[in-house]
Design a protein around this ligand. Structure first.
Ligand code: ADP
Length: 376
């Protein structure tokens, strides 16, 4: 994994130190259309996408450029101003929400706004105690330490973090049994930004040590349109607003997907030799890539189709769905369901998941009467 390192001392400094990111396998889109669509609409980033310099250019670098998430921005604006006026580090911040919504971007913006370094890592990379110790000991006063997938920290690392977060102190135990001694090493004040898709999976002692716990929401189509227009400008791609709306509509509420779809539309427009991307060109390109008008991908459609065809629309339990589709239950719950719930195609009831009448209609099925009454 590439290591990008740079000292952040000004607002324009933008790139953190990318210590580790999860990679996912690439898919041959020419030979596998379903998988190609799946990868285009996957909110999880491919490893190269997250770390590529090109994509880093697309990240907003100041809070003012960060589109949407109004509430979160207001909270952060106040926190930044207060910390700056007191000349203190920002309080620790926990961000949660589905992948691709801008959690890493927020950590990088915070460090840029505060004029400090940002070290970026993820919990699976912090396997041994010395991994976290090394990171903490190298922090400068005020630095931001970003830990992605923080719900996956192991117990020892988590326990080292408690005094570090609370008292800016590392407690290191040396020796064994009766000769064991605890040595306390002072740390500079720093800000831990944790990101997770599963806030409920965090232990409460860890959760309680965050001063702010903020949720990121799916973006509205007009916000995604703004993101598409902004990215198009950075990529020097001419695009009309209606085409940006078309891309936004199919991006499942997720900026990472919006940017990815825009790039495919740009390729298509370039190869076709058209000038500015129009709505017709965007639609043609996205249809070629099998991108659903509602942003559903192959797995979303399969989940709903299995519910409808095998379970008459539900209620069906998560584990049963996982077994019937061959998908991992956790992935269904964390990656697929949030968007299906958001657009009203899925409901969670005490008896299990239900495909709503809107989902039946979208997939070309006639919803049965009992399905409609189950939801009331
Ligand atoms: P996460 O950490 O939640 O998986 P990232 O912060 O890596 O998501 O964001 C994915 C991409 O989406 C970034 O490269 C950035 O370009 C874009 N992005 C995310 N949020 C926004 C936003 N609010 N405004 C503009 N672009 C955004």
């Amino acid at each position: 994994m590439a290591i990008i390192s740079s000292k952040k001392t000004s607002k324009s400094a933008q790139q953190g130190e990318l210590l580790s990111k999860t990679a996912s396998p690439s898919v041959d889109s020419a030979t596998c259309p379903a998988a190609a669509t799946e990868s285009l609409l996957q909110p999880k980033a491919a490893g190269d996408e997250r770390s590529s310099k090109h994509d880093e250019k697309l990240r907003p670098q100041q809070l003012g450029d960060y589109v949407g998430q109004k509430e979160l921005k207001e909270v952060l604006q106040i926190a930044i101003q207060a910390a700056q006026s007191r000349k203190e580090a920002l309080d620790h911040l926990l961000l949660y929400g589905p992948p691709g919504l801008g959690k890493t971007t927020i950590a990088l913006i915070l460090s840029a706004e505060m004029g400090v370094n940002c070290k970026v890592t993820s919990a699976p990379a912090l396997e041994r105690p010395r991994d976290i110790v090394g990171l903490l000991m190298n922090l400068q006063p005020g630095d931001v330490l970003f830990i992605d997938e923080i719900h996956r920290l192991n117990r020892m690392t988590e326990e080292l973090l408690y005094p570090a977060m609370e008292d800016f102190r590392l407690d290191i135990v040396t020796g064994k049994n009766q000769t064991a001694k605890t040595r306390s090493i002072p740390l500079p004040p720093f800000t831990l930004v944790g990101a997770t898709t599963r806030v409920g999976a965090l232990s409460s002692p860890l959760r309680d040590r965050f001063g702010f716990i903020q949720r990121l929401r799916f973006y509205e189509p007009d916000e995604l349109s703004q993101i598409v227009l902004r990215t198009a400008e950075i990529l020097h791609t001419a695009i009309v607003p209606d085409a940006a709306t078309e891309v936004a509509r199919r991006s499942r509420g997720t900026p990472r997907i919006a940017n990815r779809l825009l790039k495919r539309v740009r390729d298509y427009a370039e190869v076709k030799g058209v000038g500015a991307v129009t709505q017709a060109i965007a639609t043609e390109a996205l249809e070629l890539f099998n991108v659903d008008p509602c942003g559903l991908d192959w797995t979303d459609r399969r989940l709903l189709t299995v519910m409808i065809e095998h379970f008459n629309g539900g209620p069906v339990g998560l584990e049963t769905m996982a077994a019937a589709t061959g998908e991992d239950a956790q992935t269904i719950e964390e990656v697929y369901e949030p968007y299906l719930l958001q657009i009203g195609y899925l409901n969670r009831t005490p008896r299990g998941r239900i495909a709503t009448p809107a989902a039946w209609k979208h997939l070309g099925y006639q919803p049965p009467e009992h399905q409609i009454s189950l939801l009331h």
